[in-house]
Design a protein around this ligand. Structure first.
Ligand code: UN1
Length: 515
């Protein structure tokens, strides 16, 4: 546990104001009507009050976003739309440190992870710029003479983005940069826990729009609680709702959007595992597991939560992991400090979820090998710093099958590779997965159709830290959506199939004859 004093809340508030000003926010939206607050998990205290939206103001915002879509943005050539994300990427480079500072203040991420998150935004800007010239449709051979058969991709309209606290800027940017070059306008409802990072991003995007002459209303921000999110979910003008968060949230949102025939893109919970086989490089497996399990204080969707290890190597691997966790113990605390590797949990409810999961694990026969204790309680009674925990489980019990958004790594053992894959897939979630092995056949079996059932399947790296170039998302309770790279852009567009007759005759398809 670290002894360095935590920063004062007042100092953090001042740093946040400065970072926001540098991003171009002229003034904070001070509360007149509905009031919310910005807060920091570093001390667990409030920074300052902020104006919140209401369901009525959300309706107005969606209206302007829709007008902008219909009047200009959908007909702006895609490569010209690309110029908006190009400029945004330049501003992000310039203000990387400012946004990272806001991420640290609001989420408690250590500096390198906060910078890494902003880097993901820069990367997606570059990706989206290239994409703006590559929104390809296919041309298919027509079965009729004198005909051409092809498809074109068009923007959808208003895209609603609901984002989670843990990646407050990167996940929004994957959605927004791609949605914008595809010709949509975007309304963003960030997590109630991270309004400041959202204000910073919005201010930079507004500047980018002004600089390239794009309409200011291509992107709008609404702040507030679940009620505000609900207004977005229920608004028929929101053609696509992209939501990141818990499976419970997804279960509430999806049927509402489906009932109005809207589209949903869901990125929900994960319960990610790594299988470690007897041939694995155990040093690599241990290092990969420790970052994936304890990094970001266990608060990534892709966090490693289960380690499924062959019984012949389990003791050796566990020893290395526990050893590394012992070193982590000295490096928990103020995320501003360079030595810190584990910052705070976001809020009290994350800590109580961790406590009750550990109790349940013990009741189900688990043994805590390391960690689990709360730290720095005296220094900051409202902040929740914890020692990442490793728990050896006799089997995959109920607690292991659920996602607890905190740094708990459950260790399970297996005998046959089939058993490992069965255990791996026997959870409700399906986001990210990994196998550590030097045996090519085992790696291939894990990657095959009957292997891992997740959206992300890795070999010899951990479950977290995906690059933006691939499609990001997962199956089962994870919601099925894909965001970011590859052809995920198609979710933000509608496809039209076009048949063009240039032959002067009217041959019917399938050889049908009529008049
Ligand atoms: C998330 O936790 O919601 O793969 C996103 C990763 C990051 C993104 C995580 N690139 O861990």
């Amino acid at each position: 546990m670290q002894t360095a004093a935590l920063p004062e809340t007042e100092v953090l508030a001042q740093r946040a104001r400065t970072a926001l000003e540098r991003c171009g926010l002229a003034r904070l939206p001070e509360p007149v009507g509905a009031a919310g607050t910005a807060r920091t998990p570093i001390t667990g205290q409030n920074l300052f009050p902020l104006e919140h939206d209401t369901p009525e103001s959300v309706g107005r915002v969606v209206g302007t976003a829709q007008d902008t879509f219909a009047s200009t943005w959908r007909d702006t050539p895609a490569p010209e739309r690309g110029q908006l994300v190009r400029r945004f990427g330049e501003l992000l480079r310039e203000h990387k440190a400012d946004l990272a500072e806001l991420v640290t203040i609001e989420v408690g991420k250590i500096r390198s992870e906060a910078l890494g998150e902003v880097q993901e935004m820069i990367d997606i800007c570059e990706f989206a710029l290239g994409l703006s010239r590559q929104l390809y449709g296919r041309t298919m051979p027509s079965e009729r003479p004198g005909h051409r058969l092809m498809e074109t991709w068009h923007p959808l309209g208003v895209v609603g983005v609901i984002s989670a606290f843990n990646f407050p800027v990167a996940v929004w940017s994957w959605n927004t940069c791609v949605a914008l070059v595809c010709g949509n306008t975007v309304v963003w409802k960030p997590s109630e826990l991270t309004p400041l990072t959202a204000l910073g991003c919005h201010a930079l995007l507004q500047r980018a729009a002004e600089d390239v002459g794009a309409p200011a209303d291509v992107h709008r921000l609404v702040l507030g609680d679940a009620q505000v999110g609900q207004a977005l979910v229920e608004d028929e003008r929101v053609e696509l709702l992209s939501a990141t968060g818990s499976t419970a949230m997804g279960r509430t949102v999806a049927p509402k959007v489906a009932a109005r025939m809207g589209r949903c893109l869901l990125e929900l919970g994960g319960n990610n595992a790594a299988v470690v086989t007897p041939s694995a490089d155990l040093d690599l497996a241990a290092r990969g597991s420790v970052f994936a399990a304890a990094g970001t204080a266990g608060q990534r969707c892709t966090t490693l939560r289960r380690l499924i290890v062959h019984e012949d190597v389990v003791d050796q691997l566990v020893e290395r992991v526990v050893d590394a966790y012992g070193q982590l113990r000295e490096r928990i605390g103020d995320p501003y400090q360079e030595e810190t590797l584990v910052g705070p949990l976001v809020a009290e409810r994350a800590h109580s979820a961790m406590r009750s999961a550990l109790e349940q694990a013990e009741a189900e026969g688990g043994r805590i090998l390391v960690g689990g204790a709360r730290c720095l309680e005296k220094e900051a009674a409202d902040a929740y710093y914890v020692e990442p925990a490793v728990v050896r489980m006799p089997e995959q019990t109920d607690v292991v099958r659920q996602e607890t958004f905190a740094p708990i790594l459950y260790v399970l053992t297996y005998r046959t590779f089939d058993e490992a894959v069965r255990l791996h897939n026997d959870v409700p979630q399906g986001l990210s997965s990994a196998v550590f092995t030097q045996d090519q056949a085992e790696a291939e079996r894990f990657l095959a159709a009957s292997g891992s059932d997740c959206g992300i399947v890795n070999v010899n790296i951990g479950t977290s830290g995906a690059e933006i170039g691939g499609a990001f998302g997962g199956e089962k309770d994870t919601g099925g959506g894909r965001e970011s790279g590859s052809d995920a852009w198609r979710s933000y567009m509608r496809r039209a199939t076009n048949t063009v007759n240039y032959g002067g005759e009217l041959p019917l398809a399938q050889g049908v004859r009529f008049l």
